[in-house]
Design a protein around this ligand. Structure first.
Ligand code: XIL
Length: 333
């Protein structure tokens, strides 16, 4: 009986997938899996600033609108990702602005334009993505990442820019639920504490924040205690909690001669089950915004290109077959 169930049917909270609109159109099993298994979708890149505004003053909503249309026709919730991100493939024209007044008004205009365009079509936004570094400090100096041009928005605008971006987003779409989203909170206590404090500070000051996103790009070796602590501490803020980008790597050592084994698949089963059951147990139902998987299948996951290695971090294999990880997700519900 259980094997006939989909995640969407079995789950008391929304189940999301990060998707590419192009693949939805071109890849039938990919589309079918999303239609059957998801209740919510996030664009993997199509709603990032680099795609929406490749040049100053130019807005291109075509690809993102394909995603919105798919969601409308299939009655899926859309979670917007993301309005402001220090790295992104943030558009080059934006990264080059060094004058604080110019950058502030540019971001304000961007958020107003994009928020208005998607008003009523997205339920929620990741307003700011990854603003806090692993030590728990608002990122300022982003010049030390080799080979990447970063967008040092924190340096130009000062640490309180995050709050102002939420105010701009709320003005553009007062009905959208607004999230702060970040990674590594399950393994970096200082980062977790900084985010919890920021959320409390925003609530105290009346900054319109409604939720926190825990990306959870984790591995089979990520300690359960850290996962539990992050979910618990975030839930204690009283805000909506979204596990926003879940995937569980089975090759955390990035070994070049990686070989999949039954043992690894079992470890992945257990980690999926643990994450899902812990979320269900520790997040009060009224705060459960849902769990979103970052991708659909191992064949199109972002992990191999990111780690420059082989991996298989999702519940569906490259042929859209259900892995033990899929059963782990179901068993955690
Ligand atoms: C990733 C996409 O999946 C890739 O296709 C893209 O090349 C880089 O970004 N944290 C985030 C996501 O918040 O936006 C990232 O998505 C993965 C890490």
């Amino acid at each position: 009986r259980v094997s006939l169930q989909t995640l969407a049917d079995a789950s008391p909270f929304p189940i999301g997938f990060a998707i590419s609109p192009a693949r939805i159109l071109s890849n039938a099993p990919y589309r079918q899996t999303v239609i059957q298994e998801a209740t919510s979708i996030t664009a993997d890149v199509a709603m990032k600033p680099s795609r929406i505004s490749p040049q100053k003053g130019v807005y291109n909503f075509d690809v993102a609108d394909q995603l919105i249309e798919f969601a409308r026709s299939q009655k899926k919730r859309v979670h917007g990702h993301t309005l402001v991100w220090y790295i992104d493939t943030s558009p080059n024209w934006l990264k080059q602005i060094r004058d604080s007044t110019e950058l502030e008004t540019t971001l304000q205009t961007y958020i107003q334009t994009v928020g208005t365009h998607f008003k009523g079509k997205v339920a929620s936004w990741d307003v700011v993505n990854e603003a806090v570094d692993n030590q728990g400090i608002i990122r300022k100096d982003s010049l030390n990442m080799v080979g990447k041009t970063l967008f040092n928005v924190g340096k130009v605008l000062g640490h309180d820019y995050v709050a102002r971006m939420f105010q701009y987003a709320h003005k553009a779409d007062p009905d959208a639920r607004l999230f702060y989203n970040d990674y590594g909170q399950e393994t970096r206590p200082a980062k977790l504490a900084a985010i919890v404090n920021m959320a409390a500070d925003f609530k105290r000051r009346g900054v319109p924040i409604h939720g926190l996103g825990l990306q959870m790009h984790i591995s089979i070796n990520t300690p359960n205690e850290g996962i539990e602590k992050a979910i618990q501490k975030l839930a204690e803020t009283g805000l909506l909690i979204h596990i926003s980008e879940l995937d569980i790597a089975v090759n955390p050592g990035k070994k070049k001669d990686f070989l999949m084994t039954q043992e690894l698949l079992e470890k992945q089963y257990h980690k999926y089950k643990f994450v899902v059951s812990t979320y269900k147990k520790l997040v009060p139902a009224s705060q459960q915004f849902g769990i979103t998987l970052w991708g659909v299948d191992d064949g199109t996951s972002w992990i191999p290109s990111f780690c420059q290695c082989e991996d298989a971090a999702l519940p569906f294999d490259a042929n859209f077959g259900k892995k033990r990880a899929y059963q782990g997700f179901l068993d955690g519900l």
